[in-house]
Design a protein around this ligand. Structure first.
Ligand SMILES: *Cc1c(COP(=O)(O)O)cnc(C)c1O
Length: 417
């Protein structure tokens, strides 16, 4: 049988922000022959070559932060950030299960213990109330994830953090260019981390950026990025904590591409917002279907366009609805995101070796059972349907067609129509 997909499929052009500007930037680096200039020793080039420094300065200016430090991925950035704030073995770091795995595994990297707080049903971001309920004497930090393209409720999170003397890291991999009140998402926390992986709004193939307004944190991130152990001579013990250096450095070519990509960010975000206005207008009429909720303190940059259904208002479950959307030719539809606490690494508590390390450090039982994050679990099992809008460059006409098609599918399963 011929499904309706041949017509609609043509509107799903894969997102590609790489153009002539990036090609020219790469050629100009190639002509110099200097593909990296980092030195892992006390030398001006400890901070990298010309393009790295230029890219970091551009990022600082754009995001209005004192320090931007490029890295080779957001995963590396999260590891460097946790190291820089002094996370120690056995410390607890609170984060969300509704995120990409690296958010949580970066914590395990320092032999610290991820503790999962629940999310808000409407914003999909970590719930400040749930964070507070998870704080113990071992809690040292929070990783708040600006999931799907909008910021967490940062004032509330920072207030809780200050009260309990915790550091806050924003994982803003999915929300570059989104705003929280008068600031860019990622710049309100003690440290923000962005991804420049090719899935994200703007990219350098692989890459990431760490931002902070704290000079001491910035220096530590730079050290962890680039073989700290070879750079720090003696000094007091405090300075040596977590200064096991790595090679998290970005290359000059990636930096040159990043400079061009950053110039395109605003346009990409604006375009996504326009597309979402169109999607919202078409599908908001279906009873029991919730379009993305954007609190008035936020603007959303839409990495994912997340929908929520009230199963009672539909004649079938979300899996059948998604199957229908897919059969109509709509790409990028997904019924699941993440419930990280249910991954085998947490269920089996197997990370380093086979004997429960790092959880065994404290011996304290940590509960990762189903049921600890009811909102995240209900979304995963019953009510979440996502459209990966970030995967495509959609024309105005294309979005309209897609929105109409989606609307028809949801309406066809609605109990009230
Ligand atoms: C993509 C992503 C990461 C990891 O980014 P990489 O640059 O691929 O390491 C981390 N956290 C979140 C929320 C992400 O979406």
């Amino acid at each position: 049988m011929e499904l309706g997909n041949s017509k609609i499929s043509k509107y799903f052009k894969p997102h590609n922000s790489i153009g002539r500007e990036e090609a020219a930037a790469v050629r100009s680096v190639m002509r110099t022959g200097e593909l990296s200039k980092f030195l892992g020793s006390i030398h001006p080039n400890f901070l990298g070559g010309k393009k790295i420094r230029e890219f970091e300065t551009e990022w600082e200016n754009y995001f209005q932060v004192k320090y931007a430090i490029s890295v080779n991925s957001a995963t590396s950035g999260l590891i460097a950030a946790l190291g820089a704030i002094g996370i120690e073995p056995g410390d607890e770091v609170i984060t969300t299960p509704w995120t990409m795995s690296a958010t949580a595994t970066s914590i395990i990297h320092w032999c610290a213990i991820p503790i999962f707080a629940d999310i808000d049903r409407e914003t999909f971001c970590i719930s400040p109330e749930s964070i507070e309920s998870r704080i113990t004497s071992r809690t040292k930090a929070i990783i708040a994830v600006d999931i799907f393209g909008q910021s967490c409720d940062m004032d509330k999170i920072m207030q809780i953090a200050r009260k309990h003397k915790l550091k806050v890291i924003s994982d803003t991999s999915q929300a570059p260019g989104a705003t929280y009140k008068a600031s860019f998402a990622g710049t309100v926390a003690d440290i923000g981390v962005y991804s420049l992986n090719y899935h994200k709004h703007i990219h350098t193939g692989e890459g990431g950026m760490v931002v902070t307004n704290d000079q001491e944190i910035a220096e530590k991130v730079r050290l962890i990025r680039n073989h700290a152990e070879a750079v720090i001579g003696s000094g007091d013990k405090e300075k040596l904590v977590n200064m096991i250096g790595y090679n998290f450095r970005m290359g000059e070519i990636e930096a040159a591409i990043g400079i061009e990509q950053l110039k395109k960010l605003k346009k990409i975000v604006n375009k996504r917002q326009e597309s979402v206005n169109c999607l919202n207008n078409e599908i908001s009429q279906t009873e029991g279907l919730s379009i993305p909720y954007v609190p008035n303190y936020n603007t959303h940059s839409y990495y994912v366009y997340p929908l929520r259904i009230d199963p009672a208002k539909f004649t079938t479950d979300k899996f059948a609805i998604a199957e229908k959307l897919i059969s109509m030719g709509i790409q990028g539809v997904s019924t699941s995101y993440q419930n990280l606490h249910l991954l085998p690494i947490f269920q089996e508590k197997i990370a380093y070796g086979r004997n429960g390390f790092p959880w065994s450090i404290t011996g304290k039982p940590i509960n990762y059972s189903k049921g600890i994050c009811p909102n995240a679990e209900d979304l995963q099992d019953k009510s979440y349907i996502g459209f990966y809008i970030g995967g495509f460059d959609l024309s105005v006409r294309g979005v309209k067609k897609i929105a109409q098609e989606m609307s028809l599918v949801f309406k066809s399963f609605s109990r009230s129509s």
